[in-house]
Ligand binder design. Structure first.
Ligand SMILES: NC(=O)c1ccc[n+]([C@@H]2O[C@H](COP(=O)([O-])OP(=O)(O)OC[C@H]3O[C@@H](n4cnc5c(N)ncnc54)[C@H](O)[C@@H]3O)[C@@H](O)[C@H]2O)c1
Length: 282
């Protein structure tokens, strides 16, 4: 899907769609859906292939690009100027063939015997992920989760400064959390437009999530990160990602169950009917 710039203060354009399309989970990361990279307001984002054309990138590869970026940034901080695909793949926990394939989507092929120039690769990935500009974030629902998100110091350095907080609890209004005062829910459209917020994070109870989402859209946000366990209806031009840690736990559970079943099957295969066990020498 092609993300588009949002309109400020305009009515939410029809048609709306259910947002249950992208989930921030291992399952989502394994998706082969193609994402058409787009520019970020003229800053030259996208994934230009060697030919200069913009290539679609599988969603799973987009998720891995973000991981490579984090690893490369740490390497750059330690003074690395070049990195081999083997080093980068080991540090990112991805096999090197997959890494080379992922980087080929952004037109980066490295140099035989040298590898990749760290700063060049960082720039290419940042342009592809649209990170050449900051994306200001608003968090709505400053309870347990909202407090943790607002207080987390790691977002600004990655290009996502938290610049607005909203709640309905009178005890919270005006109170700074992570240095940003909490505003009332009703102020969402006005404050988001004023502060040029592009990403809204929903950390309210599920019953409030849709109306919060509508206000964020009215305030001109382009993307919503939804922690509430509910499917949001959004206009076509709004990108939504849903975070569900329970899904992550269920995926872990699946892997443990599969491994346990595999081990039990292996034990059953290795045991003879008379109770003795064969020793396999390889
Ligand atoms: N996705 C995940 O992995 C995950 C993990 C934890 C929690 N959650 C979800 O995140 C949400 C928040 O969880 P929590 O533990 O922080 O809850 P919480 O009860 O501690 O906080 C909710 C906050 O939302 C505020 N609120 C309620 N209605 C509102 C409205 N209409 N507008 C603005 N603010 C409003 C409340 O005043 C409160 O401060 C819940 O929906 C929960 O299910 C998701």
């Amino acid at each position: 899907m092609v993300a588009q710039r949002g309109r400020r203060n305009g009515p939410a354009p029809a048609p709306r769609r259910a947002s249950e399309v992208s989930e921030v989970s291992a399952a989502g990361a394994a998706s082969d859906a193609l994402i058409e990279p787009v520019g970020d307001g003229g800053a030259g984002a996208g994934a230009p292939a060697a030919s200069g054309t913009v290539r679609a990138i599988p969603e799973a590869a987009v998720a891995r690009l973000a991981v490579y970026l984090r690893v490369l940034s740490a390497m750059a901080e330690q003074g690395a100027t070049t990195v081999s695909s083997e080093e980068l793949s080991a540090a990112a926990g991805v096999n090197s063939a997959k890494l080379r394939k992922d980087l080929s989507y952004i037109g980066s092929y490295g140099t035989r015997g040298v590898g990749y120039e760290v700063q060049v690769l960082i720039g290419q990935i940042e342009r592809t992920l649209g990170l050449t500009r900051k994306h200001k974030v608003a968090v709505v629902g400053i309870g347990n989760l909202g407090h943790a998100l607002a207080n987390y110091g790691g977002f600004p350095g990655r290009g996502f400064p938290v610049e607005a907080l909203f709640d309905i609890d009178p005890d919270l209004i005006g109170v700074p959390v992570g240095g940003v005062p909490v505003s009332h829910l009703d102020e969402i459209p006005e404050v988001c437009a004023e502060r040029d917020i592009s990403i809204g994070v929903i950390a309210t109870p599920p019953t409030a999530a849709q109306s919060v989402c509508d206000r964020l859209v009215a305030g001109g946000v382009q993307c919503i990160l939804n922690f509430a366990p509910v499917v949001l209806q959004v206009p076509e031009h709004i990108e939504v990602r849903k975070v569900d840690l329970a899904v992550e736990l269920q995926i872990l559970s699946f892997h443990v169950a599969r491994r346990t079943a595999g081990e039990a099957e292996g034990r059953a295969r290795d045991s003879n009917a008379d109770g003795t066990k064969d020793v396999v020498v390889s």
